[in-house]
Design a protein around this ligand. Structure first.
Ligand code: CP3
Length: 339
């Protein structure tokens, strides 16, 4: 069993820097496209045998040090009673966005073992197969709320901020419901066999620091506090969150995910004993190999004083990335960090 990733999460010294790649299972891999050719994305997410297959694809091909459950952050939101669709080329769509208290009242706090049984089954099956640790995950409440309020992806978050500023009670009631759903969902993943849990706050960076503190931070902090009993390392990734670093650390997360907009060494200086994960710009994978290798070496060197460093991209791998560039990146991280 390769435990390097878990050692780094706990801030222990490792023989080399472990790496996994955000969104490592997905469309950039021809193996994934093949599976996806026969089913819709949601069918894939709800078929444990296929989820196992695509989770394992990058482990075998890239040689990464951790696996991440194949699912989506929007799955538990559908379980709350919303309608979720994925439109080719447009991404996720919630055709009935939440606009008022009556809409919110219709949502349930689902029993994860009943309404998302396929996720728990995928985790159990994966644990029988894997030689590297398995990361479970969920979206952070603020990021989840944006999808429910906007009805899908957004660029300016008009509806979300309108609700925050003009109907704060409704916004907070919604955050509370998503928070309780997410806590139960992650606790169930821990019980099913996940060995670390990552919380994705993909849109945290669109908030002013004072708004992050009021409208997003308390809910993430609550979830992390309620997960302490699981004993698992918790990774919190606030995308575009360089200005939110100290507040992110105050959540009690064991590891902070970092995007590429901050120098990883500068981030380490601002943190206490929290481990870091990141932070190569996903588009750096397009660089010629010698330059890619140099950048990877710089990140490893800049992170040398970290209390645990897990190498990763600063956000998800782009769907047109040549897979062999990702494979080369994994080799460079292992080679350059080997002590
Ligand atoms: O290896 C893995 O990480 C796969 C598991 C995974 C997926 N989504 C599969 C997926 C994970 C961890 C996610 C997280 C996720 N989903 C996030 C947080 C991370 C981030 O990127 O910020 C978010 C915001 C979502 C919501 C989501 N899902 C969007 C906006 C989209 C469409 C745009 C896109 O990137 O494709 C998805 C679809 C999705 N989720 C795909 C995959 C493999 C592509 C679906 C397809 O096959 O067509």
């Amino acid at each position: 069993m390769n435990d390097t990733f878990l050692q780094a999460c706990r801030g222990e010294k490792t023989d080399y820097t472990p790496i996994w790649i955000m969104r490592q299972a997905g469309r950039y891999l021809p193996q994934y496209q093949k599976v996806r050719g026969n089913v819709t994305f949601l069918e894939l997410c709800k078929t444990p045998e296929l989820c196992v297959e695509v989770t394992l694809q990058p482990i075998d091909y890239l040689g990464v040090d951790a696996a991440i459950l194949f699912s989506d952050i929007l799955i538990p939101l559908e379980a709350m009673g919303t309608t979720l669709e994925f439109h080719e080329g447009r991404g996720p769509v919630f055709p009935n966005p939440i606009t008022n208290q009556a809409d919110l009242d219709k949502l349930i706090i689902p029993d994860p073992n009943e309404h998302t049984a396929f996720v728990m089954e995928t985790i159990r099956l994966l644990r029988q197969e894997l030689q590297v640790p398995l990361i479970g995950f969920a979206g952070a409440p603020f990021t989840c709320a944006t999808y429910l309020i906007e009805g899908g992806s957004s660029k300016v978050f008009w509806e979300t901020k309108k609700m925050m500023y003009t109907c704060p009670e409704l916004f907070h009631a919604m955050m509370d419901k998503i928070t309780r759903t997410t806590t139960l969902y992650l606790q169930a993943q821990a019980k099913a066999g996940a060995q670390a849990l990552q919380i994705f706050d993909s849109w945290a960076g669109v908030l002013a620091p004072c708004d992050f503190e009021t409208y997003a931070l308390p809910y993430v902090t609550q979830i992390i506090a309620d997960l302490q009993d699981s004993g698992l390392p918790i990774i919190y990734f606030a995308n575009n969150g360089a200005t939110l670093l100290e507040m992110s650390e105050s959540t009690g997360a064991d590891v902070l995910g970092l995007d590429w907009r901050i120098n990883i060494g500068d981030a380490v200086k601002r943190l206490g004993r929290t481990a870091v994960q990141g932070n190569l710009d996903p588009f750096s994978l397009l660089l010629p190999k010698d330059e890619l290798k140099k950048r990877i070496g710089n990140i490893i060197n800049d992170a040398r004083d970290a209390h645990g460093h897990i190498f990763n991209l600063g956000h998800g791998i782009h769907q047109f990335t040549p897979p062999e560039q990702a494979k080369a990146a994994v080799e460079y991280v292992h080679e350059l960090s080997c002590k």
